[in-house]
Design a protein around this ligand. Sequence first.
Ligand SMILES: [Zn+2]
Ligand SMILES: [Zn+2]
Length: 283
Amino acid sequence: MRIDLHAHSTASDGTLTPAGLVAAGAEAGLDVLAITDHDTTAGWAPAGEARPAGLALVRGAELSCRWYGRSPAIPLHLLAYLFDPTAPALVAELARVRGSREERARRTVERLRADGVDVTWDEVRGYAAGGTVGRPHVALALIRAGLVADTDEAFEDRWLGERYRLPKEDTDVFAAVRLVREAGGVPVFAHPRATKRGTVVPDSLIVELAAAGLFGLEADHEAHSPAEREHVRGLAAELGLVVTGSSDFHGSHKQVKLGAFTTEPAAFEAIVAAASGVPVLGP
Ligand SMILES: [Zn+2]
Ligand SMILES: [Zn+2]
């Protein structure tokens, strides 16, 4: 069984449509694929309709969260699997965060234009193809304008990483764990040691989150070194959390391929058994 529990489509910042993503999952030889767009379930229906017969589809999302136990608050990502997409409190929170993400992208474009950079809101919005507009779409405009070579360079300090970095509102991570659980979903901390993405949270927070209902930790991820993967595994074992591995596939924005990292069947089965929001679609 090849199980990849973290992938993005054009419903957030991936380059493949939801239908293209499930087709690519089957082509990559996966048995199970999760669609986990940022703060949205917009890709669920088209992915479900296009699902190839041999592929099981896990419907999920990756929630933009923050831990307010430090100042400034530390951003982090929470994967949420198989939750009820109509649960009112969760739906409202996702909409609020998407609005903030889009507002940040809009203000970023304004600031770039004020500095004479040749990008427009219409262009940036066009790259989102109807999904939520975010900084990766601003990055595509910078690439098109010939100012940076690729997405990584667009997120360096002199561009979106620092100089044109604006704040956005995220979900308090404890509230996110609670909302996902209340919606019958299963919360898993995404790439908890991904140091390149900013300050890493202390293990003591993960201990608190486990007590609050966190179900698992994503250990095998391209942003983790082998030592970090081992550290996360050890922590999960100590706290009785499941361990996942996944590609965090974004299509051609990033190099990583579907199935580059995978999850053990026992961990997948534990996630499915703990969920009560929606079922896994497929065989
Ligand atoms: Zn993430
Ligand atoms: Zn992701």
